[in-house]
Each structure stands twice: as structure tokens, then as C-alpha cells.
Design a protein around this ligand. Sequence first.
Ligand SMILES: N[C@@H](CCC(=O)N[C@@H](CS)C(=O)NCC(=O)O)C(=O)O
Length: 288
Amino acid sequence: MTEYTPPKIWTWDKESGGRFASINRPIAGSTHDKELPVGKHPFQLYSLGTPNGVKVTIMFEELLAAGHKGAEYDAWLINIGEGDQFGSGFVKVNPNSKIPALMDHSVTPPLRLFESGSMLIYLAEKFGAFLSGDPVIRAQTLNWLMWQMGSAPFLGGGFGHFYAYAPEKYEYPINRYAMEVKRQMDVLDRHLAGNEYFAGDDYSIADMAIYPWYGAMARGILYDAAEFLQVQEYENVLRWTKLVGGREAVKRGTMVNRTFGEPSSQLRERHDASDFDTKTQDKLEPAQ
Ligand SMILES: N[C@@H](CCC(=O)N[C@@H](CS)C(=O)NCC(=O)O)C(=O)O
């Protein structure tokens, strides 16, 4: 690795490379005028089927499966590779320009929500589901929810970035973040050795937040790093991953706003429960 002496003042090198170089910028705010579409349901979600997006679509599908009809939602596709997150309408909902972004039109005035963890807590409280009213269990759930929000950036922005997306492979950051991700997996594994779910006996928003990131890592589908990180060692995480991944609502939530993988697993936009049967990519664009 070539050594770098930082200049006195940092300047933006637009050509710095890497998979997401074209959307990374050192300034906030919108780059173009574009209003967001609004569908017929109380909730309007603007997202993409990445782990952060999937946390919220899993929650909506779980709420609907539990009979909460007020949780109907439209899920619009935000293509972050094309810079949709910098449109003026999107920035009004999330000034941080990241998916997911959510509007609740069932309240007056309509409420904007950004940060997936904030959405999970809001929805759980609104519908009285997946977050216990018991102060002790509630605190345990929020411990793990906040753990996920604080830890996953080291998995994604740290390990994933340097192992999979950086323009070249550098030993120092890959070592540093591989060590941290293995430590995190071990934290989860030890907790799950004595607990069915993160908050104890009951499935909660903590499981919904952790599964899309660490369940994907345990299943070996994140950054093609299963062998490198020897993820099969984390047996309790694997047990829990199978349990959560087997839920019908989790399977549906994982399909929403997904633009990669098997065409039958991609429901790029969801505007009705029946879309899972009729609007997946294999049905919209059948192979010739
Ligand atoms: N802490 C945020 C993270 C959201 C986030 O990082 N979203 C990514 C996709 S997974 C994004 O929109 N990136 C676009 C960009 O950085 O321009 C949350 O959980 O909502």
C-alpha cells in the first residue's frame, strides 16, 4: 500500500474510484428537482432491497401478516446507483439522502421518517407489535436494535467496502474490518447460544434489523466472504438465521424493491399484496 501524506486541506478528488464513486459527494442536499410519487396506501416507502431497506419491508409484511390492515404500503423503487436519493422530493423526506425513506399519510400533517431503526420503532409503537410493552424486554429489544444500527456500518461501509468494492485490495483496512466483523458475529453467536431470539423468547424488531445484514453474512451471500470469514463457525447465528428466514413475511419482505438475484425473487415495486403473485420480474419480463 502506498503511503499517503494528507495535505493541509482535504479536497474532493472526483476520480477517486471504487464501485460507488459516482454517487459519493462531500455535500448534502438535492442535485435535481424531482417530486416523489404517492400511491393509495397510508404508508409510502421510497427504498431499495438492500439490507437497510429490507428491514422495513419485512416489518410491513409482518404487520400485515399479523392482521394490521393499517400497515398497507406502497414501495417505490429508488435507484441509488442512478442518484435518485438526491432528487428534491427524496431529500425533503430524508435530508441524509439514503434509503429507506418513509411517509406516513395516515396522520395530519403527513409524517416523514428516515433511518430504518426509527421506522421500526415508530411502526412497532403505532401498531403495538414486535416491541414488548414490558420495560425490561423493551429495553433488551432496543439494546440489540441500536447495536445493529451502530455495528453494521463496520460490516458494510468498512469490511464490505474494502473487501468487495474498493478499486484495489489493501491489507490494512481488510484486516482491521475482518477482525471487527468476526468479533461482531461472535457477539451475536454467544447471545443466541442462550436465547431463541435477540430479545429472548419472542421475535421482535431487533431480529428484523439484524437478520438482513448478519443473516445474509451467515448464509454466505454477503460480499462472497463466507470462506474468508469462516462464517460456518457461528452455529447459533446459523440456527437463528434459518428460523427467521423461514418466516413467510420475511421471505416476502426480502423480495420488495429488489433489483438483483433470481427474477422470481424481485418485486421491484409493491403497490398491492397481490403483486407478489403477479408482478415479480419473471412475470413482467419472462425469459425468451
Ligand atoms: N443508517 C441508515 C443507513 C442507510 C443507508 O446507508 N442506505 C444506503 C443503501 S443500504 C444508501 O441509500 N446509500 C446511498 C448513498 O449513500 O448515496 C439506515 O439504517 O436507514
